[in-house]
Design a protein around this ligand. Sequence first.
Ligand code: SF4
Length: 135
Amino acid sequence: MRKPTTGEQILDLLLLRTSPPDYAVDQPYYTTGNIVAAGLIRVVLIALVIILLDAFWKSSTSWWYVALFAIWGLGLYPAWVQYNKFNESVDQISAGTLCGACRHFNRTNQLCMILDEHVTNDEPPCEGEAWEPIS
Ligand code: SF4
């Protein structure tokens, strides 16, 4: 696995990909924070475009219908799909790995909180030495 460039990270953020890019075969390329940020950025961009279109073609009120559909279809729905995919991935880790049964595992960003490392389906980053049961 290689580290993505800044450009790739920005592109991923805007695209809300549904399949992993080549550098993220077994690591999360979206977390809850990324998904919320991507949704908000998309909504802001759509709103700006709609405001500009409305400024140039003032005669029609249909821009607001276009805005509503665009905000849902291009902004919120892709973020919702990505959020569900992320949760499915975390559910698999929770059910099938040692980290999933550890109190240091943070579901919202798929992270080991004491090592500050993303957890995958492979070996636990601590190799089980720091594991503590969920109380
Ligand atoms: S402490 Fe070890 S077992 Fe627990 S979440 Fe971190 S890496 Fe996984």
